[in-house]
Design a protein around this ligand. Structure first.
Ligand SMILES: Cc1cc2nc3c(=O)[nH]c(=O)nc-3n(C[C@H](O)[C@H](O)[C@H](O)COP(=O)(O)OP(=O)(O)OC[C@H]3O[C@@H](n4cnc5c(N)ncnc54)[C@H](O)[C@@H]3O)c2cc1C
Length: 437
């Protein structure tokens, strides 16, 4: 009787899971394992919103595994140590895990290799559609510009979508820990797990996506990012399905998934970009804790910025346009260090992701892969363009709900209990222009 371990990481699903598929087809019995590593908490990365979502994901994964005759084992500790211990307990001869892109994932893989040697099998194209490093420009180890990456990405071979195993056999008598969840969570968090992710995916209509994805009031983007972050949904399956569906909306949606892969391949090649400027411009960042706090609380006096920040606090999520506006305001208009803003996002985002968060922040701050690094998104013009009627602002800022139409973006004297702008509207570009040499 052969036994294999399927070590789940950022692939908490049964559908189209290369790790589970390989564990299932290579042994008589499979032990599905998730290791909760205290190092993630110690690094400050286990934000309450993501921990709560993760707990849902694990409960859902366990229920789905039970549906096919198995169950999930959860262990707490360092991943390689716990996996090797479980392999010894169960006599497992192979361990399957998805390739990750972060510095943490690389270190985990090195330790797993050291502990397990040839018994470890690492599977690509699990977290991303195209594995980082699979497509590269001539003479470089990764793409630094999205457009040529996207062109190559569209041509790159993709693996086929894998079926859910019909039945799994799992040895009995294995102890399981529970995940520790603590801290206050946002009241409007979505439910976690593959079932919830697939339900959202099935009910969301991709057809209108190209037209409405930047319309803040419409709130009609997929909202699949947390499910993609935890791997409750497979990006490969989403792309295959969207391309079969075809149409402008589907193509625009697939393009966004290519952006996700793009950031992953940058981070895989440059793990230090999680903290260090990808392109150093010798910025002399402004520092003002009071301003930063006003931004965090959604009290900057710029309604479109404050609406986004309040949505972030309430839902642990924001649409891309709101992220661009709020981050742009912080990094370019206030000209404060993007790392401070990115850390606040990571403390709340339920989809908070080292690759997507840090590299999008760098893009916005002009230290990353934007080919126009000096562009500044003026929050008032963004408001006029992406919330023309002001409905998004009225939804998130009750103090301004009495103001009709676009007047809500410039509340002036009519704003009872709403703060005056923390930076003069005429000075929105000044600090950046002076501060960046
Ligand atoms: C400052 C900033 C920080 C961000 N932080 C994160 C983060 O921590 N985690 C995260 O998943 N995304 C992040 N994004 C990217 C993007 O804003 C979110 O993925 C998107 O808003 C999620 O909503 P959705 O699922 O409805 O997206 P949709 O518009 O429906 O897009 C579909 C999917 O494509 C991917 N995607 C879309 N836009 C981007 C993008 N610009 N970069 C990379 N992938 C993208 C996401 O996986 C998303 O779920 C950030 C963007 C900015 C500007």
């Amino acid at each position: 009787m052969t036994v294999s371990i399927a070590l789940f990481t950022q692939d908490l699903r049964l559908h189209d899971n290369p790790v589970l598929h390989a564990a299932h087809t290579s042994a008589d019995q499979v032990v599905p394992l998730f290791v909760s590593d205290p190092a993630v908490e110690a690094a400050g990365f286990a934000a309450p919103n993501r921990q709560a979502f993760l707990a849902d994901c694990l409960a859902d994964l366990d229920a789905s595994l039970r549906g096919i005759g198995s169950r999930l084992t959860v262990r707490r500790g360092e991943a390689a140590e716990q996996t090797a211990r479980l392999a010894a307990e169960t006599g497992a001869t192979t361990v399957h895990v998805a390739a990750g892109v972060t510095g943490f994932a690389h270190r985990r893989e090195v330790r797993l290799r050291k502990a397990l040697g040839e018994r470890l099998h690492v599977h690509e194209a699990s977290v991303t559609v195209v594995p980082p490093g699979r497509i590269t420009p001539v003479g470089r180890d990764h793409y630094a510009v999205f457009t040529p990456y996207h062109r190559a990405w569209q041509e790159a071979p993709r693996r086929t979508v894998l079926a859910v195993p019909g039945a799994l056999r799992t040895p009995g008598g294995i102890d399981s820990d529970t995940l520790l969840v603590s801290g206050t969570t946002s009241p409007g968090l979505p439910p976690g797990g593959e079932s919830a992710g697939r339900a959202r995916w099935r009910t969301w209509d991709v057809d209108a996506y190209a037209d409405v994805h930047d319309d803040l009031a419409a709130d009609d983007t997929s909202r699949l990012s947390p499910y993609l972050h935890f791997g409750c949904l497979s990006p490969t399956e989403l792309v295959a399905h969207a391309l079969r569906h075809d149409g402008e909306g589907a193509r625009a949606f697939v393009r966004q998934l290519a952006w996700r892969d793009f950031h992953h391949q940058v981070l895989a090649a440059r793990p230090d970009a999680a903290r260090r400027d990808y392109r150093d411009h010798d910025d002399h960042w402004h520092h003002d804790e009071e301003e930063t706090e006003a931004w965090r609380q959604g009290r900057t006096g710029y309604p479109i910025v404050d609406a986004g920040m309040r949505q972030l606090a309430y839902e642990g999520w924001m649409p891309n346009r709101a992220r661009l506006i709020t981050a742009g305001f912080f990094a370019k208009c206030l000209y404060q260090d993007w790392r401070i803003g990115a850390a606040h996002f990571l403390s709340l985002l339920v989809d908070g992701d080292v690759a997507n968060n840090q590299l999008n922040w760098q893009w916005v701050a002009g230290t990353g892969t934007d080919t126009r690094p000096n562009r500044i998104l003026n929050p008032l013009r963004q408001a006029d363009r992406y919330d023309p009627d002001g409905a998004y602002v009225r939804r998130w800022i009750p103090e301004l709900a009495h103001l009709p139409g676009p007047a809500v973006h410039r509340p002036g004297l009519f704003a009872h209990g709403y703060p005056a702008p923390i930076i003069d509207p005429d000075a929105l570009t000044t600090r950046f222009r002076i501060g960046r040499p």
